[in-house]
Design a protein around this ligand. Structure first.
Ligand SMILES: CC(=O)N[C@H](C=O)[C@@H](O)[C@H](O)[C@H](O)COP(=O)(O)O
Length: 506
């Protein structure tokens, strides 16, 4: 009977802004009667007090709920069994309760039973299909999309029509609810299979509707702001986060990367360090050590940063930062930064040599994604099973120096080489020779117009000259054109910030 009345109907949720000027019985009753006079099929009313007041004014179907803010549970909508009784006594026909899978004082099954025992119908406010499946298995009468978008992460703007459609696969008793703000969205929900549609804020929260219009108007008059990007460079020892606008770094924070931590922990730490910037950026770019493919991150060398399996970096970061996210390998991002920093639009290979050896390739104006440019993982013909980067990096220079009884500081080894100390020259030349071979191989494989070199070792005094000398000695068919990187440590930050705006997903 009730199901028939509500079929294809509009339910108006009359929930004033808590503590607002309309948060009083006469307003709630007036909203309810006004909605019914215009053809609403039912009402959704919060609190036993307001349910009783509306029930005294109309016989129309009422979905009742009680909202509570609990210390020990995130569940807000009708958390207690006593709430069910209070709503039933106040005259609700349908009793709605949160049916999400979270820490809660009363189980979904117990609430459904309490509603049944009170002789009322139940509505499970769900956030996903699993919530609904469970709620139906314990005998609820209606499932609603009410909680979609409210169980963590940023609040979406649009209604979850896909969830409505998915709920319809489980039962015909689907109520679409949440962020339905236009007649077109209500139609979309009905077309997706909703038996009835709840509209709240758009009809009965004057403050919200006013703010929507005010914000829309202020956008028209605001000067065309250049987008600000939160750019993050997550490395094996240090993580940098900057606000970047128009290729310029506005502000930067730096934190240690907790190497024993996890990707989720690293993102949480960045979110905490950049908390004050929330709201001042519109998109997020993350450059990471390791490989990124289709937004998913995995380690290439677990010694640099250990990640178990694959991590859904773009999706998780979007949840945490509340903005769209583009992720890329750090050296690829730096390659893109160097490409954009120069006027030259010819193909470029970027190689960075520091604690490891990484790189990126820009071909035909496009940054190649996936593992393209992971030169450090290529085989060293004289290095046995070790990857090339284990003998073309700062730590190897330091280890060799120590083995020969000298200071294990790469910079000191370079200084000694510049000063003509033979032991140091031998170490650096060994690195330069392997690096020169790599450059010649890259030239044969990709034939870039230039190879841009960065990193603490790559840009150390005298290194590029030694590499050029080694290349000349190899007499390759085409001489690679070596150039020094321009951006230094900010290349990754600037590059990923630009990738975000050009949406160059890797
Ligand atoms: C998540 C939650 O607590 N939702 C509550 C449920 O009763 C209300 O605050 C919403 O106003 C109601 O769901 C209608 O949605 P909208 O106001 O977006 O049309």
């Amino acid at each position: 009977m009730l199901t028939e009345i509500l079929k294809n109907g509009l339910i108006v949720s009359c929930q004033p802004v808590p503590g607002g000027v309309m948060d009083d019985s006469p307003y709630v009753v007036a909203f309810a009667l006004a909605a019914l006079s215009a053809g609403a099929a039912g009402l959704r009313i919060e609190s036993a007090r307001y349910v009783a007041a509306v029930r005294a004014a109309t016989d129309a179907p009422i979905i009742g709920l009680i909202k509570r803010d609990l210390d020990d549970s995130p569940v807000r909508i009708t958390p207690f069994l006593d709430d069910v009784t209070a709503l039933a006594d106040a005259g609700a026909d349908i009793i709605a309760f949160d049916a999400t899978d979270r820490v809660r004082p009363a189980s979904v099954a117990a609430l459904a039973k309490a509603v049944r025992d009170a002789g009322k119908l139940s509505m499970a406010d769900c956030s996903c299909v699993e919530d609904a499946r469970h709620a139906l298995s314990v005998g609820v009468d209606f499932v609603g999309s009410t909680m979609s978008g409210y169980t963590g992460g940023p609040e979406p703007v649009d209604p979850d029509i896909a969830l409505v459609a998915a709920l319809r696969e489980l039962t015909p008793n689907v109520i679409a609810e949440g962020r339905i703000r236009t007649p077109e969205q209500a139609q979309a929900a009905a077309r997706a299979g909703a038996a009835c549609v709840v509209v709240g804020s758009a009809i009965t929260r004057t403050e919200h509707v006013t703010a929507w219009f005010r914000e829309a108007l202020s956008e028209v008059n605001a000067p065309a702001a250049r987008p600000v990007v939160l750019a993050i460079d997550l490395g094996g020892t240090k993580t940098m986060a900057s606000l970047v606008q128009d290729g310029k770094v506005i502000e930067t924070v730096s934190i240690q990367t907790d190497r024993s931590g996890s990707p989720q922990g690293w993102l949480d730490a960045i979110a905490a360090a950049t908390r004050d910037w929330k709201g001042s950026y519109g998109a997020v770019g993350i450059a990471v050590t390791g490989a990124v493919r289709a937004g998913r991150w995995r380690a290439m060398n677990k010694a640099t940063l250990g990640i178990e399996g694959e991590f859904a970096l773009e999706i998780r970061a979007a949840e945490i930062f509340g903005a769209s996210v583009v992720a890329a390998n750090d050296a690829q991002a730096a390659a893109w930064g160097e490409y954009k920093a120069s006027e030259d639009r010819s193909d470029l290979v970027f190689i960075t040599v520091s604690t490891g050896l990484g790189g990126g390739i820009v071909s035909n104006g496009t940054l190649l994604g996936g593992i393209a440019g992971h030169f450090g993982q290529m085989r060293d013909p004289d290095g046995g099973s070790l990857p090339l980067e284990s003998r073309v990096c700062g730590p190897w220079i330091a280890a060799e120096a120590e083995r020969l009884g000298h200071s294990g500081e790469p910079r000191a080894v370079f200084d000694a080489a510049v000063n003509g100390e033979e032991w140091a020259g031998v170490i650096i030349d060994g690195v330069a020779r392997r690096f020169a071979r790599l450059c010649c191989d890259i030239q044969l494989a990709i034939d870039p117009a230039r190879i841009v070199i960065g990193g603490g070792v790559g840009l150390a005094t005298g290194f590029m000259d030694r590499v050029r000398a080694e290349i000349t000695a190899l007499a390759p068919p085409v001489m690679p054109e070596l150039r020094a990187a321009k951006l230094g440590a900010s290349a990754g930050i600037v590059g990923i910030a630009d990738l975000v705006l050009t949406h160059k997903k890797t």
